[in-house]
Design a protein around this ligand. Structure first.
Ligand SMILES: [Zn+2]
Length: 312
């Protein structure tokens, strides 16, 4: 056991730039300044016998042997290729170590994981009111808690089970990086900050920086996990969860079936094929009937002609 811990520590230490600890140190109220210095030294000297105090410190990072680094700067450090060993990995969602799961908020889904409005949507949107409490899904430690571009006020928590969860568009953040949280503990208040149109929680589940469809793990109707464990297949990250490459493939296969032309203004033109309806055209082009009608100045009951050009 001792050897394993030491090996892990040295491995992690070898991979960590000195600044990796900075954010943690700033927010870790349990470490004295002396201990902080000792810990930083281990990042530079690989073959050092490590005092137990330092091992204990490192064990305070959730899933430290999976991630090997604690980054309080990058939202989603790209560790997948480097750290995903083998073809699959089992994530134990509920066990003695990981304690339990709580829905971050209890609203209905308003938007799913998938391609949306010409961009990938890596989370699940859940309806809430501004000011509703948002809780941590699992036990863990807050890695990021600040305002970031499209996310607005966002909290990213790393869990003991290897997952990270993301809570975005919050009106208020109630935790700081380095804070330990338990499942169900209120970490923020729901809001409408960042790229958000109407109050909701944008909830993501990630593994080594890569997003997973939360509905593969969570049953939103029953408000509970689907299983106590979850198997992640490396191949799913190339096919099922890689929204950009899925979209690129769809575009490529679509270009064989129905030609899409681009005019000088950047608007796409499509031609109505046999059997087409506004609904089919909207779905094929990742838009809505309402948007199609507006762009083309037609009503939703418009009878389409074969070969007719439509702007999408
Ligand atoms: Zn969203």
């Amino acid at each position: 056991m001792k050897k394993t811990i030491l090996h892990t520590l040295l491995l992690a230490g070898a991979m960590l730039p000195a600044w990796s600890f900075a954010g943690f140190g700033d927010n870790n109220r349990k470490l004295s300044d002396d201990k902080k210095h000792k810990k930083e030294d281990t990042t530079q000297t690989i073959n050092t016998t490590v005092a137990y105090d330092d091992v204990d410190s490192l064990l305070m990072f959730p899933s430290h042997d999976l991630y090997g680094a604690w980054d309080t700067v990058a939202c989603h450090p790209n560790l997948f290729e480097q750290q995903f060993a083998g073809d699959s990995a089992v994530v134990y969602l509920l066990d003695d170590e990981n304690c339990g799961f709580t829905m971050p908020t209890k609203g209905i889904i308003t938007s799913e994981f998938g391609w949306r409005h010409r961009r990938p949507h890596y989370g699940t949107d859940i309806a809430l009111h501004i000011g509703d409490t948002v809780g941590a899904a699992f036990d863990g430690k807050v890695r990021i808690a600040r305002y970031i571009g499209g996310y607005g006020n966002v909290i990213i928590v790393r869990h003991n089970n290897g997952l990270e969860t993301v809570y975005a568009h919050l009106s208020k953040i109630l935790v700081q990086p380095g804070d330990n949280v338990t499942n169900g503990m209120t970490i923020g208040l729901g809001g409408n900050t960042g790229r958000s149109f109407g109050s909701h929680l944008h909830f993501e589940i990630r593994y080594l920086g890569k997003a997973i469809d939360t509905e593969d793990l969570v049953d939103y109707e029953k408000q509970e996990l689907k299983n106590t464990s979850f198997v992640l297949y490396k191949s799913d990250f190339g096919a099922k969860y890689d929204l950009r490459s899925i979209h690129a493939h769809q575009i490529a296969s679509k270009s064989h079936a129905a030609p899409v032309y681009k005019n000088a203004g950047g608007t796409h033109l499509v031609f109505v094929k046999k059997g087409d309806t506004l609904e089919k055209i909207a779905r094929r082009n990742h838009t809505t009937i309402a948007a199609l009608c507006k762009k083309n100045g037609i009503s939703k009951n418009k009878v389409l002609r074969l070969g007719q050009k439509l702007k999408v």
